[in-house]
Structures are given as structure tokens and as C-alpha cells.
Design a protein around this ligand. Structure first.
Ligand code: AMP
Length: 416
């Protein structure tokens, strides 16, 4: 019996792990530079947290969650999105305690689980690079999280990115718009796709981002034209800061995001050429969420960026890590007499913080050197019985092929 990984998941093998790690590390470093601290939450949460926050009528809650009952008969759900757990942790750990006016800035790199139909760029376990800025209604904070994401994509070498931005209003202006939208679309309801007909009843705003009836939705009434004064001013200020920061944007009134908790700013980053799944990342403001999760009224804003989509886009654009970077030392032991010495040297190098390896198959020198070269080691140390007796080893530069003799005692200094 041979097992296979579950459909819609990926193994990150040592071959591709450096590329994953490099993207994750770049994100961590950039987030830290913007003053965001790392948050790690459990892989599973109470099911209710997701139901209450994302909304029962969303795709996530209605058909995509990995939900099960644990042995204590509690309903548990694997992390279905990143923001609700972050808000839960923000409240539970009293991250706002020191100063009620404080802006709490969090980032995370986490797996997300959704029972989606797998295809290129869409998985049942994917990973998100997330940012949450909790505690400020200031439009400059919306612009900060957007600019962080924008600059991250730029740093990843991704070109041709579009920032689509919209406002989904607030409880004082969105409901009237939703009614207007329903009235406008009611006569054509029988011609709309099945999912639009369902959303008409359950989650009308979501009809706007329908892929099937896109043209019709583009012509529907626009929420950006019906915003209350506060929401309209907020959007204008976000756009003004983006303009000042030199970040190009397009207003797109069909960007409404999938989840119930968004208010005001909603945005998405798209890129051409990675197939149907062109959404690189997205997010928005969630001024009602902290309260919904049992806390005091507290505004928040942040994006989630799909890690796999960044990797896919980098691959399509030929931006992946160059795989010709040599590193480390391969120790070639010539004969059994020097084998123990080779193992000691191996440990010395590793403890000195250097990458080092030896050949446990103890093949011929030629085979070992060929292997060390193909594995992109920077140099080989050749341990021969006679030379070693004189305190000398051979040091071969694997890129140039040049070989010199070095005193065993000076080796560490030389390699550092
Ligand atoms: P969302 O939480 O749905 O707003 O998604 C944020 C980002 O995560 C998207 O823009 C995608 O880049 C990525 N993403 C969402 N769902 C998937 C999935 N099933 N597979 C891979 N990436 C995804």
C-alpha cells in the first residue's frame, strides 16, 4: 500500500524549500521593517469563531471549512482564514492593554485550509502571508498595509501587478445600496448564473465579483457612488496617500471580497499570466470585527497574500532563485585511515557555523568530487593519509578547479 498526499496539497521537498524560505524570509524582514510583530496562532480554532466572523452565508463558511468534532465533542475548524484568529489572539492576549489608543501591528505566515476545487494555483491547503493593523481608523493605515504588500511584490520581482481598490461602505450606507442592487438585478434574475441567484438571496454584494456575469455586474449600480460622507472621505484619503506614495491603483467597484466583515476599503492585487487564479492577494478594512469577536469597538485593516501564487508568479516570470550559488565544503576522505579524521573535521566545520558534508558511501575520489560539484559545494577538502601525517590537506575550489595545500590548523580560519 503506497499512500499519496491528500488532493490539493503540496509537499515542500528540500529541492524547492529554499525558494519557499526565501519568499517567506523576505516577507518577514519587510514586515519587521514596517514595525509588524510575528503572531503564531493554532492551526485549529473553535468553529464558531469562523462562523461568526466570516459570516454563515459566505463560500468559506457554507462549503469550504474543514470542520470536525474532537474527542471532547467540541466543533473544531482548521484555520480557514487568517484575520479572525488574529483578532481572537489580539483580544485573548490583551495586546491592546498597555495603551487603548495603540495601533497593534501583526504579521503571520500560516497554512490555510479550504475545501475548494483544486486546480493550478488553488489548493486545499495553501499558505498566507498576512498583515493586520488593529486599532486605528486612519486612512493612512489602509495605505500603509497596501504599500507594504505592493512593495513586497515588487521586491519579489513581480511586474505587471494591478492594485484594484473599492469601498464596501459601512452599516450606515451599505444596506441601502444592497437594496438598490437587488432591485436593479431582480428583473434579470432568471438569466443570471446559478451562483448569482443564490447570492441574490444570501450575500447580494458577492454577485458583483461573479466571473460569469461580469459584464452585467460592471454595469450595475456602483457602491462607490452611494457611500456615506464618512466612507467617501475615507476612500479619497486612502487614494490620496497611495498617490503620494507613488502606488498606482484602479478603482474597481466589483471588488467586494468574500467575507462579511469588511467595511470601507476593499482591495485586491492581480497579476496576468499565472492562469485562472490571478488574485495574488487581497484584503480590506474590518472595523466591526473586533466587536463581533467579543471585544470593544476597534477598527482594523489588513491583507492576506497567497504564498503559492507568489511562487507561481515568480516561476512564470523567471524570477526564481538562481540555482548556481555554491556554498559549503565537501570533505573527501581518501582511504579508511583518514575516515575518523574526516568525521572530526566535519563536526568542527559544522560547529563553526559552516555547511559541510562527507560521502558515507566512501566512493572513489573522482566520484566524490563529481558529486560535490553537482551538489554545488563551493570547495572540497581532500584528506590523504600521507599529507595529513605532515599536517596538510588539499583545498580545491570547485568553481575554478584550482587546488592548494593548506595546514590542517589553518583550515577553519581559511574557510571562514
Ligand atoms: P482570501 O483569504 O480568500 O482573501 O485570499 C487571500 C489570498 O490567498 C488570495 O488572493 C490568494 O492569493 C490566496 N488564496 C486564497 N485561496 C487560495 C487557495 N485555495 N489556494 C491558493 N491560494 C489561495
Amino acid at each position: 500500500m503506497r499512500y499519496q498526499r491528500p488532493i490539493g496539497t503540496q509537499d515542500v521537498t528540500p529541492e524547492i524549500a529554499p525558494e519557499w524560505r526565501s519568499v517567506e524570509e523576505s516577507f518577514r524582514q519587510l514586515a519587521a521593517r514596517y514595525g509588524y510583530g510575528e503572531l503564531r496562532t493554532p492551526v485549529f480554532e473553535d468553529t464558531d469563531l469562523f462562523l461568526r466572523s466570516v459570516g454563515q452565508e459566505t463560500d468559506i463558511a457554507s462549503k469550504e471549512m474543514y470542520t470536525f468534532e474532537d474527542r471532547g465533542k467540541r466543533s473544531i475548524t482548521l484555520r480557514a482564514e487568517g484575520t479572525a484568529p488574529a483578532v481572537r489572539a489580539y483580544l485573548e492576549n490583551h495586546l491592546d492593554r498597555t495603551d487603548k489608543q495603540r495601533l497593534v501591528k501583526l504579521f503571520y505566515v500560516v497554512p490555510i485550509f479550504r475545501y475548494d476545487r483544486p486546480q493550478a494555483g488553488r489548493y486545499r491547503q495553501h499558505h498566507q502571508l498576512g498583515i493586520e493593523a488593529i486599532g486605528s481608523p486612519d486612512p493612512a493605515v489602509d495605505a500603509e498595509v497596501i504599500s507594504l504588500a505592493w512593495n513586497f511584490y515588487a521586491q519579489m520581482g513581480l511586474t505587471g501587478i494591478r492594485l484594484l481598490i473599492n469601498s464596501v461602505g459601512c452599516p450606515s450606507c451599505a444596506p441601502a445600496y444592497v437594496e438598490k442592487l437587488k432591485q436593479t438585478l431582480a428583473p434579470s434574475l432568471p438569466e443570471l448564473c446559478e451562483s448569482c441567484r443564490r447570492r441574490y438571496v444570501e450575500n447580494p454584494l458577492r454577485m458583483l465579483d461573479c466571473k460569469v456575469d461580469h459584464d452585467r455586474m460592471a454595469a450595475a449600480p456602483k457602491l462607490v457612488e452611494e457611500l456615506c460622507d464618512e466612507c467617501a472621505a475615507h476612500l479619497q484619503q486612502v487614494l490620496a496617500v497611495l498617490g503620494a506614495l507613488g502606488i498606482p491603483y484602479e478603482i474597481d467597484h466589483t471588488i467586494v471580497r468574500g467575507l462579511d466583515y469588511y467595511t470601507k476599503t476593499a482591495f485586491e492585487f492581480q497579476i496576468e499570466g499565472i492562469g485562472a487564479q490571478s488574485a495574488l492577494g487581497g484584503g480590506g478594512r474590518y472595523d466591526g470585527l473586533v466587536e463581533k469577536c467579543g471585544g470593544p469597538p476597534t477598527p482594523g485593516v489588513g491583507p492576506g497574500m497567497g504564498l503559492e501564487r507568489v511562487l507561481l508568479a515568480r516561476q512564470q516570470l523567471g524570477q526564481t532563485l538562481p540555482d548556481d550559488r555554491r556554498e559549503g565544503t565537501f570533505i573527501v576522505a581518501l582511504g579508511d585511515a583518514v575516515w575518523t579524521e574526516a568525521l572530526k573535521l566535519l563536526q568542527d566545520l559544522r560547529l563553526a557555523g559552516l555547511k559541510a558534508e562527507a560521502d558515507y558511501r566512501r566512493r572513489s575520489m573522482k566520484a566524490q568530487l563529481r558529486f560535490a560539484d553537482s551538489e554545488l559545494f563551493a570547495q572540497a577538502i581532500i584528506l590523504g593519509e600521507n599529507a595529513l601525517a605532515r599536517g596538510i590537506v588539499g583545498l580545491k575550489d570547485l568553481a575554478t578547479g584550482e587546488q592548494v595545500e593548506v595546514a590542517r590548523g589553518e583550515l577553519l580560519e581559511r574557510l571562514k
